[in-house]
Design a protein around this ligand. Sequence first.
Ligand SMILES: Nc1ncnc2c1ncn2[C@@H]1O[C@H](COP(=O)(O)OP(=O)(O)OP(=O)(O)O)[C@@H](O)[C@H]1O
Ligand SMILES: [Mg+2]
Length: 338
Amino acid sequence: MPAISFQSVSKIYSPTRKQTGPVVRALDGVSFDIQQGEFFGLLGPNGAGKTSLISILAGLSRASSGRVLVHGSDVVTDYANARRKLGVVPQELVFDPFFTVREALRIQSGYFGIKKNDAWIDELLDSLGLADKANANMRQLSGGMKRRVLVAQALVHKPQVIVLDEPTAGVDVELRQTLWQFIAKLNKQGSTVLLTTHYLEEAEALCSRIAMLKQGRMVALAQTSELLKAASSNVLRFKIDSDLPAHLAAKARITGRIVQFPAHNAHEIEQYLVAVREAGLVAEDVEIRKADLEDVFLEVMAEKVGTSQFFDGASPESSAPAGQSAARETTSVGSAAS
Ligand SMILES: Nc1ncnc2c1ncn2[C@@H]1O[C@H](COP(=O)(O)OP(=O)(O)OP(=O)(O)O)[C@@H](O)[C@H]1O
Ligand SMILES: [Mg+2]
């Protein structure tokens, strides 16, 4: 039985009477399973639908169609069982300013009917570097510390499935390392982890399998190692002092003076260098490096939705329920209000 099963999940946000703005199709027939014990990454640009999917999983919002199961329990019809198996760290910092850290964790234990939980609460506080803040009021914590408390709150009932929605946004390097050590330990002990992050280095290091969303649709789903193989294998990187001609710039990733070209082989690398020279430019500090997950991500996102080859053993169409592919091409996606 999968730990999480997303089955043709769609979500449409329609403006209420008081709001104006377009209808937003935040999720469009998303289907995939996460197996028990996996460390799974859900990636996508801002507004891709990651938080919408997690909110439906956590029972905070209803899917417009489709269903979601957690260890076989439907998140709508069997909410209590599904919720008990999940520990969700939300993207937004939400906290009750009237309690201390320890009180907040005890109250959260109470929600799940766990009475004597102080040994585990102490272990969580220790592991997340919060031991000396146990009696501090939530208001007195810095932003990064509040995020640590959210992680502790999500784990307080020892959930089998841990869901982290950008847990390291605004978190310092040291805590990121502590947090990942702790989550990796829980994963080794059998917990399933679903992570969204914009730190692609973290995702590459931690996740064994990755799904990518773009405008509410799945555009990649594969083992991390396969994704890295599927992209251009190399990146040519150099510095220049003037602008690249438009036909070259269109193929490059440009950050200030730094230019990067994805390249499949030595021949392509050579062609780029020749083209730069013929444009009368001088490439300095030339380097060739292996493509990383960020390169793969940019490559996947640059493709037209529905054309991606970044699926393990299946095309995007065959991973969607029968009969949906044709409709997918013509569905328009409303633009975000934010
Ligand atoms: N409550 C809401 N009402 C209306 N539209 C919403 C609501 N929540 C999200 N959206 C829209 O749905 C789309 C997906 O948003 P979502 O928050 O799921 O993206 P995300 O992938 O989590 O992005 P980010 O990386 O910025 O967190 C966006 O266009 C967003 O504006
Ligand atoms: Mg989000």
